[in-house]
Design a protein around this ligand. Structure first.
Ligand code: ADP
Ligand code: ZN
Length: 737
């Protein structure tokens, strides 16, 4: 077992606890704090050690957190059962748990549960799988035809089952040969993902701009904590540039963490990594199987895995030797985790970097306003790549005013967009239509009585998915077949689809461009990372002429032959009107636009909009991002909104609407009174019913100088909601549903 290097060990708290001492143990459960235990006979423990302790009638694994609180009298304390055979949880990870818990107002144990997300990894690993290899046959061996075939096949080490299959024999033949000494058993250690990345390989020769940016990032590896925004237009080579920093960290023998917004869709990123470093990184995401999760967790904890690429939860892996963090597409909203412990992975990654004293790189073509303000305030540094790589030009961007170019009824493509698609297809180029709506139609209603098909558990319409033949709630996942008669007026065949989703758009495309090879790319039409990878490859191989996609097409893909991007409904994201609607729409549409013309052919982007005068459309067309952000920042500053003020959302929810109302009203009565604090609400949440729970929202708005956590903690301590009513706290809310 490889333990962290000596110099890193020195960072661990050196206090050790001996038999009879009292220690605090944090358990991965949503309890108020740590529990005290007595160190058992023969045990020697230090902060960070994984231990098993009794809790009620159960045995639970937890982590030694430090000295006991003293809350429990010595004679009442129970003893630690045993220490687990694992490297200790590093100090920076422990500090991160405490920090995230305090910031998000979550129980530390709930955060620790994210660290200890793979309980099986705490137990000894199963022995390495065994393979068989042919040895010199002992002279007394009775040779048969079957045995001869086995020995021939076993010139390469092979697991028994594989050997039996190749030789066409039963496993008893193999066992017989092994017993006779004609086959040797050898252990075959499983390959460790992320262990073999070779930083000595050369990357692409970099342009001068890229080389300068890369040198700056490499230099950060010699220093302490730092945050650098790596900003550059789509296609400027940000990935290639931060790979240089990855190489530097690996050369120093450190671990690297790369956070991506949508790891399941990052086949192209993974392929590029492998091309650059000769071996794949370790992937960490929700679609990993149990066995892979266990091995991955162990490999990280033991420092064997060097490069981890993951979704937000990878931040809580127990890296003993982390040297660099990269957050790619740092502006992406999916870094915000919306349930359980509600946290923003980009912000907590910065905290992790600070606690570990290491550099972090935030990469984006359209950085979040938060990050830009941090750059301006001098808290973050900025490195800029102004040009697309290889002289590729930025696409031309224009709006189509839908008030003047209305499409015919029941269709969504305006004549100018249709003409542009025809032109692109006629010149043998690829086109993409972007519509950020899954399914066939967002609303289905009865033509007879106007009845709308709604989710029984949420304030939301059911979305028809015609390919799958059903209706679906996009909030809770509720599924139902399309009813044959209207539940209200009993009319038959009276349902009409309202508005387009990508499936309906595909029908229009098929009618208008019958010769085009068309595919849909949406999170629900892809069955997993492999399906996404295959679709992207077939796009690269030019087997697709026209790609129709939701936001999953926006993220980072590089399609050299794609020249036309049509945004079917550019206004869609502006509708909700929440704090970040304009910023998010600008970022998303810039990213979609950035798919066009990334290689030799110049790209063209057409935005269908009913509000061409809107500031977002104007900024996209002019390409003046700086002006857009400046105006946006001014608006927020004037309104005292983030990042210039603090917001905390409180969501009261429960099965009984009366109870929820009462608790919400009580919260409002008890609201903190302070000149620099404002409490808005209670108001029905836009999703007033979600998964069968009624919901009310309150919003606390405070100036930056207020420590909102303390205020909210005191506020909540004054009331005890009845069973079933929950108050969820969302510090720095992103979603306002
Ligand atoms: P970004 O992340 O800024 O959108 P990428 O890193 O994805 O840009 O680069 C865009 C494309 O250009 C990729 O296919 C990448 O491999 C290629 N590229 C970037 N820099 C270089 C370089 N110096 N030499 C060769 N290819 C490069
Ligand atoms: Zn629902």
């Amino acid at each position: 077992m490889l333990f962290p290097t000596a110099n890193f060990q020195a960072q661990f708290s050196v206090v050790s606890f001996h038999p009879g001492d009292a220690v605090a143990v944090l358990l991965p459960l949503p309890l108020a704090g740590s529990y005290d235990y007595t160190v058992g006979p023969g045990q020697r423990l230090a902060a960070g050690d994984f231990v098993q302790v009794p809790l009620g009638r159960r045995q639970v694994c937890g982590v030694v957190w430090g000295e006991a609180s003293g809350a429990v009298a010595a004679e009442k304390r129970r003893s630690v059962d045993r220490a687990l055979d694992l490297p200790p949880l590093p100090l920076a990870s422990r500090k991160l748990v405490d920090w995230v818990a305090a910031y998000t107002l979550s129980p530390p144990g709930a955060v620790l549960r994210m660290v200890m997300s793979v309980p099986a990894a705490l137990e000894p690993m199963p022995p390495d799988p065994v393979a068989f290899v042919a040895a010199a046959p002992p002279p007394a061996l009775k040779m048969t035809e079957a045995r001869r075939r086995v020995l021939a096949a076993a010139r390469q080490p092979m697991p028994a089952a594989e050997l039996a299959r190749q030789a066409g024999v039963g496993t008893s033949v193999i066992k017989g040969l092994a017993d006779a000494g004609a086959l040797h058993r050898i252990a075959r250690p499983r390959p460790v993902a992320g262990a073999l990345a070779d930083w000595r390989r050369a990357g692409f020769p970099l342009s001068d701009d890229q080389a300068a940016a890369a040198a700056g990032l490499r230099a950060k590896l010699a220093g302490d904590f730092s945050v650098t925004l790596l900003e550059g237009v789509t296609g400027s080579g940000k990935t290639e540039v931060y790979f240089e920093a990855v190489a530097e960290a690996l050369a120093q023998g450190r671990q690297v963490l790369v956070l991506l917004p949508e790891i399941a869709l990052s086949a192209q990123w993974l392929a590029r990594f492998e091309r650059r470093f000769g071996a794949p990184p370790l992937e960490w995401h929700s679609e990993l199987g149990q066995a892979s999760r266990r091995e991955a967790w162990r490999a990280v904890a033991e420092g064997r895995s060097r490069v981890v690429v993951g979704a937000r939860s990878a931040l809580f892996l127990p890296f003993p030797n982390l040297g660099l963090i990269i957050v790619d597409e740092e502006h992406d909203g999916s870094f915000k985790q919306e349930d359980g412990v509600i946290y923003h992975a980009r912000d907590m990654a910065v905290v992790r970097a600070r606690l570990g004293g290491l550099p972090i790189i935030l990469a984006s073509a359209t950085p979040s306003l938060e990050t830009q303000v941090n750059v301006e305030a001098g808290r973050y540094e900025r490195t800029h790549l102004p040009l697309r790589h290889g002289g590729a030009e930025m696409p031309d961007l224009a709006v189509i005013d839908m008030r003047r170019h209305a499409p015919p009824r029941q269709s969504w493509l305006s004549p100018p967009l249709v003409a542009a698609v025809e032109e692109a297809l006629a010149s043998g180029e690829q086109a993409m239509l972007f519509l950020n709506r899954r399914g066939y139609a967002p609303l289905t209603l009865c033509r007879g009585c106007g009845f709308r098909l709604q989710c029984p558990h949420c304030t939301a319409w059911l979305v028809e998915h015609r390919l799958a033949g059903r209706l679906q709630c996009h909030h809770c996942g509720y599924l139902s077949p399309k009813p044959s008669v209207c539940p209200q007026c009993q009319a038959e065949d009276s349902f009409a689809a309202c508005g387009p989703g990508v499936e309906r758009l595909a029908e229009e495309v098929a009618a208008k461009f019958p010769a085009a090879r068309t595919r849909i790319m949406a999170s629900d039409t892809l069955s997993g990372p492999r399906a996404a990878g295959e679709l992207i490859e077939s796009m690269e191989r030019r087997e697709i002429d026209l790609l129709i996609g939701t936001q999953v097409v926006a993220k980072g893909h590089h399609f050299p032959l794609l020249t036309l991007v049509g945004v079917v409904d550019a206004d869609l994201g502006l509708a909700g009107g929440d704090l970040r609607a304009a910023e998010r729409t600008f970022q998303l549409l810039s990213q979609v636009a950035g798919r066009a013309g990334r290689a030799a052919h110049k790209g063209r982007v057409l935005l269908q909009t009913y509000q061409p005068e809107d500031k977002v459309m104007r900024a996209l067309v002019s390409g003046d991002a700086e002006q857009f952000y400046r105006a946006e920042a001014e608006d927020r500053r004037a309104a005292g909104m983030p990042p210039f003020g603090k917001l905390v959302a409180l969501i009261v929810s429960g099965p009984d609407p009366g109870q929820v109302d009462r608790v919400a009203a009580q919260l409002a009565r008890l609201a903190p009174r302070d000149a620099e604090i404002e409490v808005l609400g209670p108001a029905p949440a836009p999703l007033a019913l979600l998964r069968g729970r009624h919901r009310k929202r309150l919003l606390l708005k405070a100036s930056r100088s207020i420590r909102v956590q303390g205020v909210v903690r005191q506020w909540l301590a004054q009331l005890h909601p009845p069973n079933g009513v929950r108050i969820q706290v969302d510090v720095d809310p992103y979603s306002f549903v």
